[in-house]
Design a protein around this ligand. Structure first.
Ligand SMILES: CC(=O)N[C@H]1[C@@H](OP(=O)(O)OP(=O)(O)OC[C@H]2O[C@@H](n3ccc(=O)[nH]c3=O)[C@H](O)[C@@H]2O)O[C@H](CO)[C@@H](O)[C@@H]1O
Ligand SMILES: C=C(OP(=O)(O)O)C(=O)O
Length: 418
């Protein structure tokens, strides 16, 4: 099992190149299912979840080739529409194949993703939305079986809960439906805009992505495309928080506008932030770090995927900081691990309160999920002594070369395998 050994106490300084966004790359790679022509994607991050997505696409019979950060997919050779448990189980976003497979082939059998460390994460909105488009869907023996006679039919779909994944699944399915679909109360995340832009390059007619109402005028076929994946706003935010507790960092190949909710909180924390067209500089040297108050919300609110990192920031900041998680019901798994390092965090329902600044000591801690691991790495950078982070595969789901990037900024981190 691989683990990270982090020797704390080094001031971070320098520049880091931000990778393409995992949460944009996953649906976009999956959207290649919608066409029999070749699609070329650049700025694809090399991540565990991207590897699993490629395996899943190959399982359907697609041809996938990758070099560095480019992935080329040809789904003209698909001969199966079954997404098996052993792959879906390894990555929840696999459920996103349901809409595209159904729209292009008229059938799909996709294993139900289970819950995960951060919550139950049901897929009812995906299923109900596809039913509104005319699919017949049953759930049996752990599989979602979906069928449609002829093409899906456009419809008005109101989402009772804002869901990123369901919005993406339905947008992809509706792209090949007959007639017009309107998704009301759609998610507005930037990754949805990136997916819509990519679909439009394939010949789809999607408008309104990034707003509450997305309109998709279905077309009969889609064609191949070339698309560069947007920068990862969560990786950007994670490096900004790492810098806020240790020194100064410039994030390159990113976009300030993607991280405005995070920047606002870093300014509340007393960070000096400067930015230009594709970089963001944060400097905390000689400044007092102040605890912040945060409530996670769907975009453009504060992202839940940055909650664990800011919980960690509050641990070492001056003053009282309060963080309320409203998206997932169990997203505080990092708290007991941070406590093992000496963090004073009180949990009251879905709120984590840091009443005062804590001095952290290195300890053996375990990753429970992706962003929890990121918060523990940041804790390790600040703590006295050595932190051993176990189950490190969680962080490899979403951070490309995490330890190499941090070492490039002056951190002392090694990966060991035993
Ligand atoms: C691959 C990807 O892009 N993952 C992101 C995506 O996850 P994901 O798309 O899974 O998250 P959703 O936006 O769907 O989930 C939001 C809330 O809706 C609930 N829900 C969702 C679907 C459904 O059918 N029924 C239902 O009740 C969920 O349990 C959750 O409480 O958005 C989350 C919220 O910003 C992020 O934390 C994840 O990083
Ligand atoms: C929760 C996340 O991802 P996923 O939806 O893939 O589990 C995340 O990126 O923080």
């Amino acid at each position: 099992m691989e683990k990270l050994l982090i020797e704390g106490g080094q001031a971070l300084s320098g520049s880091v190149i931000i990778s393409g966004a995992k949460n944009a790359a996953l649906p976009i790679l999956i959207s290649s299912i919608l066409t029999a022509e070749e699609c070329t994607y650049t700025n694809v991050p090399k991540l565990r979840d991207i590897g699993i997505t490629c395996q899943l696409l190959e399982q359907f019979g697609t041809q996938v080739s990758s070099t560095e950060n480019t992935v080329v997919i040809n789904a003209g050779t698909i001969n199966s529409t079954v997404a098996p448990y052993d792959l879906v189980n390894r990555m929840r976003a696999s459920i996103l194949v349901l809409g595209p497979l159904l729209a292009r082939f008229g059938h799909a059998e996709v294993s139900l993703p289970g819950g995960c460390a951060i919550g139950a994460r049901p897929v009812d909105l995906h299923i109900d939305g596809l039913k509104k488009l005319g699919a017949k869907i049953t759930v049996e023996a752990g599989y979602v079986n979906a069928k449609v006679e002829g093409r899906l039919k456009g419809n008005r779909i109101y989402m009772s809960t804002i869901s990123v994944g369901a919005t993406e699944n339905l947008m992809m399915a509706a792209a090949l439906a007959e007639g017009t679909t309107i998704i009301e109360n759609a998610a507005r995340e930037p990754e949805i805009v990136d997916l819509a832009n990519c679909l439009n390059k394939m010949g789809a007619k999607v408008s309104g992505a990034g707003s509450n109402n997305i309109e998709i005028e279905g077309v009969e076929t889609l064609h191949g495309c070339e698309h560069a994946i947007m920068p990862d706003r969560i990786e950007t935010g994670t490096f900004l928080v790492a810098a806020a507790v240790t020194g100064e960092v410039t994030c390159l190949n990113t976009d300030y506008h993607l991280v405005e909710p995070v920047i606002e909180k870093l300014r509340d924390a007393n960070a000096l932030i400067e930015w230009d067209d594709n970089s963001i500089h944060i400097d905390m040297r000689g400044r007092e770090l102040k605890a912040v108050n945060i409530k996670t919300l769907p975009h453009p609110g504060f992202p839940t995927d940055m909650q664990a990192q800011f919980t960690m920031l509050n641990v070492v900041a001056n003053g009282v900081g309060t963080i309320t998680e409203t998206i997932f019901e169990n997203r505080f798994m990092h708290v007991p691990e941070l406590r093992r390092m000496g963090a004073n965090i009180q949990l009251e329902g879905n709120t984590a309160i840091c009443p005062e600044k804590s001095d952290l000591m290195g300890a053996q801690v375990v990753s429970t999920d992706l962003r929890a691991s990121a918060s523990l790495v940041i804790a390790g950078l600040v703590a006295k002594g050595v932190t051993q982070l176990d189950e490190v595969f969680h962080i490899d789901r979403g951070y490309e070369n995490i330890e190499k990037k941090l070492v490039g900024l002056g951190a002392k981190i090694t990966r060991v395998d035993d």
